[in-house]
Write a protein that binds this ligand. Structure first.
Ligand code: PEP
Ligand code: MG
Length: 754
């Protein structure tokens, strides 16, 4: 290169050389502040580092009193430096001492300095420190000078996140970036996991910060932007959002940001100041993350999240990497951390190494949460902003019981959890002791306990819990983890294996319930505005009779003459259910014609999960051998709240009077028609909710295997009659009654474990 390098680009080169030199850590920092001061023509350059106790410690200075280094501290929010750290925004002042936030520190000797320019040193949106230049004369710092300081701060952030400088900090303290953090989210799946973070969508680690050739970096940036825009257009056209569980809204905002001039301009400016294209993306992204963390408006925060995701995509295009762990090559005790993910994505990970899942979003009845429960993983959702502050490889504790996540836990927190795990193991042993006892309430009401499952790997749990069978086998899970549509023979094999493993215990096989948030990657459907109410489940099956027939055929063959139970999902009207039973009966006839062995007994049932069916129960029930309530969908549709949308999913109590009345009405109808009824939604596995169900007369409950122990414990100590009477009274009449509170009170009277 023949061009004369000066200004910020020269500074970056000098910084790079200084980083490579063999120097003592403090000498290196001293040299850096000197270089910055010289380059900027400043009288003072100081670097403050945020400690984990919230104090900003003066780490190096040129121009202030050297004895103040490692002695002077400011609290977050205190003085100009504290304000910059707290707000993560640059600040330029012509006369700093006259600013109301100015805090005078006599030991620094900063009296004569008037003008002041400070910028936050950010990493992953978090403030690590503050970089300041000062001049004795009053002057207005130009915008390009602020820009140059921000660029320099990016490099300092990188240096700080290496361990080199940890030794400099006041003994007993640590640099804030690695501070332990606690997140209060919502428990999605019980259990405690102590493990290692695996970022589902890992941030790319930028290694090369300083550009050798700025023009070439500009070209790289532009080309990467072009590639990214094309890939977004592609996703739109091919409905890829279904595959990657990216919602259309998010894609819209990706597209908007990808063409956003302000963003592209900031990226270009950062490259012009001497950074590589990827370092420029990182710098601008830091700023976005910092804004995201301070944002309380959830809509704007979501959009900033989208911009963050987009920047990550751009980084990946630029560096061609990003994966620290693949989905198969996981560390032991992996805990997946993601903003959100679809169930199929979770199923891609090597299950033998998975221990937990943490999501920033999600909801209790979203399928990813259901899968986490079915895999026995501890899971927490709604852990706000966790993705931007953790790194793959960090230690993490997931407490699915309380919804708490401890990132980089301190040894004492870890010790508490090691104890908790031991305690849980002991409680598990107690539940195991209940296994041989019949599941009957104290006043003699038998309650059948069944598993929800969907993978053959779940079935050995039947032996562990002592459940009577599988009340819901979600056959679509197997379709979701396969790379292509399972063929007839493969399906036969799978269902046969499941039945063999269950032995005498019945399995209710539910026909494919795909659509909504259950995406089958190789079956691309057109994008829908409302997939939960779209072309899914039974609707899809009746439109694609080939698919339905193959599955039915596979089930009939797999039975090999044993009894078989088939459950039809998402029935909206009786006529639709009858169309499906017709397909099944025709398949049985075909087998008989071909002299193949048919099941010794075939029972077909319907799921009650679409409210319309509630008004047709007397028509439907005589046509069924059994029915099952899918409370996840039923409550979603009754209350018009998307089960996968965290903002609304928990807005209405599923056992509040109107909903519990609906369930009671179904119980009464099934009694009239003498049709067995099971609850297979998530409600059945939660003690107080299960109590509500039993109070209105439900005696068949299907749930995740880990809930069997606690629910059985409840049943064995329960005097149901007393509770039934009170709850049924409360359900009569027009008064508003808080059923949950009533149940809690009644349960406490009997000292029930709810
Ligand atoms: C339900 O809707 O409650 C149910 C059991 O089915 P899924 O959760 O698979 O939709
Ligand atoms: Mg359902």
């Amino acid at each position: 290169m023949t061009s004369v390098v000066s200004g910020p680009r020269l500074l970056l080169r000098q910084l790079r050389e200084t980083m490579a030199e063999t120097l003592d850590s403090q000498d290196r920092l001293d040299k850096i502040v000197n270089l910055i001061a010289d380059n900027m023509g400043a009288d003072v350059c100081s670097f403050y580092v945020l400690r984990d106790d919230g104090a900003l410690e003066l780490f190096a200075t040129r121009g202030l009193s050297p004895t103040a280094v490692h002695m002077t501290t400011l609290r977050l929010g205190e003085g100009l430096v504290g304000m910059i750290a707290a707000e993560a925004e640059p600040l330029a002042l012509e006369d700093a001492p006259s600013h109301p936030a100015f805090a005078y520190r006599p030991e620094t000797g900063e009296d004569p300095f008037h003008s002041f320019l400070g910028v936050p040193v950010l990493k992953a949106g978090q403030t690590l420190g503050v970089l300041v230049v000062q001049n004795s004369e009053r002057r207005i710092y130009r915008e390009d000078e602020t820009e140059a300081m921000l660029t320099t701060a990016t490099i300092l952030a990188e240096m700080l996140s290496t361990s080199e400088f940890e030794g400099l900090i006041k003994p007993g303290s640590d640099i804030d970036l690695r501070r332990p953090r606690t997140f209060e989210g919502t428990g999605f799946s019980e259990g405690v996991a102590l493990g290692t973070v695996v970022l589902h969508d890992p941030r790319v680690v930028v290694r090369n910060f300083v550009a050798d050739d700025t023009d070439a970096e500009m070209e790289r940036l532009e080309s990467a932007l072009r590639t990214m825009r094309m890939s977004i257009d592609d996703m739109f056209e091919h409905g890829d959002m279904q595959v990657n569980s990216i919602h259309r809204d998010i894609l819209e905002s990706y597209r908007m940001f990808a063409h956003d001039r302000g963003w592209v301009r900031r990226l270009s400016e950062a490259v012009q100041s001497g950074l590589t294209a990827e370092a420029a993306v990182e710098r601008v992204q830091n700023d976005t993350r910092a804004r995201m963390m301070r944002q309380t408006d959830s809509y704007i925060r979501d959009r900033l999240h989208d911009l963050d995701d987009l920047a990550n995509r751009l980084l990946r295009i630029l560096t061609g990497d990003g994966d620290m762990f693949g989905t198969k090559d996981l560390p032991e005790n992996a805990v997946i951390v993601a903003r959100n993910m679809g169930p199929a994505e979770l199923l891609e990970y090597d299950r033998s190494r998975l221990r937990g899942v943490v999501l920033e979003e999600g909801a209790m009845t979203a399928h990813v949460a259901i899968i986490a429960r079915s895999l026995g993983l501890a899971a927490v959702g709604q852990a706000d902003s966790i993705v931007s502050v953790c790194e793959s490889g960090d230690d993490i504790i997931v407490d699915g019981d309380t919804g708490t996540v401890h990132l980089r836990p301190t040894p004492d927190v870890e010790a508490i959890y090691v104890d908790k795990v031991k305690l849980k193991a002991r409680r598990q042993e107690q539940y195991e002791a209940l296994r041989p006892l019949p599941s009957v309430t104290k006043d003699g009401v038998p309650v059948t306990l069944l598993h929800n499952s969907g993978l053959v790997a779940d079935l050995p749990a039947l032996d562990e819990t002592g459940a009577e069978g599988v009340g819901l086998f979600r056959t679509e899970l197997q379709f979701m983890i396969a790379s292509k549509l399972p063929r007839l023979a493969e399906q036969v094999e799978l269902y046969k294996e499941a039945m063999d493993m269950a032995g005498d215990r019945p399995i209710v096989f539910r026909l494919l319930d795909i659509g909504g948030d259950k995406v089958v990657p190789y079956m691309r459907a057109a994008a829908e505005e409302n997939p939960a109410m779209g072309w899914r489940s039974l609707r899809l099956a009746l439109d694609r009779p080939g698919l339905l027939r193959t599955q039915v055929r596979a089930l009939l063959q797999a039975a090999e003459g044993r009894p078989l139970k088939i459950l039809v999902p998402m029935v909206t009207e009786t006529s639709e259910y009858l169309k499906c039973t017709q397909v099944i009966r025709k398949e049985v006839e075909r087998m008989s014609r071909l002299h193949m062995v048919v099941p010794s007994k075939l029972e077909i049932g319907a799921m009650i999960e679409v409210p319309s069916l509630l008004f047709e129960l007397d028509t439907l029930l005589p046509e069924t051998d059994f029915v099952s309530i899918g409370s996840n969908d039923l409550i979603q549709f009754l209350t018009a709240t998307d089960r996968a949308n965290r903002r609304v999913a928990n807005s209405y109590d599923p056992i509040a009077k109107p909903r519990l009345r609906v369930i009671r009405q179904i119980v009464e109808a099934t009694k009239r028609h003498n049709v067995p009824l099971t609850m297979c939604g998530e409600l059945a596995g939660r003690p107080l909710e299960a109590l509500a169900l039993m109070a209105v007369g439900m005696t068949r409950l299907s749930m995740g295997p880990s809930s069997i122990g606690p629910i059985k414990d409840l049943i064995l100590s329960l005097d149901l009659g007393a509770i039934q009477k009170k709850v049924n009274q409360a359900l009569e009449g027009p008064e508003q009654v808080n059923i949950r509170a009533l149940l809690k009170e009644l349960a406490d009277k009997q000292a029930l474990p709810v």
